[in-house]
Design a binder for this molecule. Structure first.
Ligand SMILES: [Zn+2]
Length: 344
């Protein structure tokens, strides 16, 4: 076996850097392959060592395959990725982290962020539930966008009530199964931490995830916005807290120690959005989360049933940050999760 000189994370960075100087179709191919590298199920170096072809990997054709083989043969010097691409795990890397501690993944009982055809997702509630059952989950929270986020097909109070009825019907028809589908929402928060839905509608839900989707490029400190969101009595979990996107947006700045301390005091949770391009909270912030003992929620932000697999990125980040198991709300059995959410 050839030594594992470059990981998929290294290759992703090399591809992203090539994209910066390439043009046209080639630029797009490099950029797309960089993002795909985060989801390759195996290390490219291992594939080659086994005599397999790199075109097995998503985003890789003959041209890029040759490029990557060249890098693996003669590794260029490693450089730290720029902040826009720093602190992201790959699926292959996450699996390595999780394989070293198999008990950790077994503690997971559900996924607390996903979208369906009710807003901008591609799977129905039943399809998301079927994918969750395949993963052996006890529960999932359906968190479609709320009405203020029109671009993502956000739903209003009337549609939310119809969706809750569909969820109730599913749960009743599947009583004998282990899985419960929870009614939830990804409540769109204003920069003042206020939601865009009637409070009476939110009170009907099992759980409320609140997220910022606007003014995400501000460069000044946003601590006050986070404190306001955490103090919003209707929000249980703050979704994708920083609002960062791989190679696109850095996310907001705040005094995270203060933010996490406030969340811990109020027993609110912050999320690890495990979508590969987000991974938000990231490892650096999770280390502060560990110190402050704040609750953490894991969500995939899945928009397709297959994307429930993204949870491994969040699980691995939590493990790597050495969070304690009782910090993680998705490790609770369902009654514990619901009584936590109803305690506010
Ligand atoms: Zn969101």
């Amino acid at each position: 076996m050839r030594p594992r000189s470059l990981t998929n994370a290294d290759l992703a960075e090399l591809l992203a850097r090539q994209a910066e100087t390439a043009e046209g179709l080639r630029q797009r191919a490099f950029r797309r392959a960089a993002r795909s590298a985060f989801l390759w199920p195996e290390e490219a170096a291992d594939l080659l060592a086994q005599g397999r072809s790199l075109v097995e990997l998503k985003g890789i054709g003959p041209f890029l395959s040759k490029e990557i083989e060249g890098w693996l043969d003669q590794p260029p010097e490693k450089t730290l990725p720029p902040p826009l691409r720093r602190d992201f795990l790959t699926l292959a890397g996450a699996r390595r982290i999780l394989a070293a501690n198999p008990d950790w993944s077994k503690k997971l009982r559900g996924d607390l962020q996903m979208h369906t055809t009710w807003s901008d997702g591609w799977g129905s509630i039943a399809e998301m539930a079927a994918a969750a059952e395949e993963r052996g989950y006890e529960y999932i929270a359906i968190t479609d966008h709320s009405k203020g986020l029109k671009i993502a097909g956000g739903i209003d109070e009337a549609r939310l009530a119809q969706q809750a009825a569909e969820i109730k019907t599913w749960n009743q028809a599947n009583k004998r199964r282990r899985l419960r589908v929870l009614s939830s929402i990804e409540l769109n928060l204003s920069p003042r931490g206020e939601g865009d839905m009637d409070v009476a509608a939110l009170r009907q839900l099992d759980l409320v995830l609140g997220s910022f989707h606007s003014s995400l490029r501000r460069t000044e400190d946003q601590t006050e916005r986070y404190l306001a969101a955490i103090r919003n009595p209707h929000v249980h979990i703050l979704g994708h807290p920083r609002g960062r996107i791989y190679n696109f947006r850095l996310g907001l700045k705040a005094d995270w120690t203060k933010v996490f301390a406030e969340a811990a005091k109020r027993d609110k949770a912050l999320e690890i959005d495990s979508y590969p391009d987000r991974q938000d909270l990231n490892l650096t912030l999770l280390k502060i989360a560990r110190q402050e003992g704040v609750r953490i929620s894991l969500g995939t932000d899945a928009h397709h049933p297959w994307q429930l697999a993204f949870i491994e990125l969040g699980l691995a980040a939590a493990l790597k940050a050495r969070l304690s198991a009782d910090q993680i709300v998705n490790f609770f059995p369902l009654p514990g999760l619901l009584s936590w959410a109803h305690s506010f």
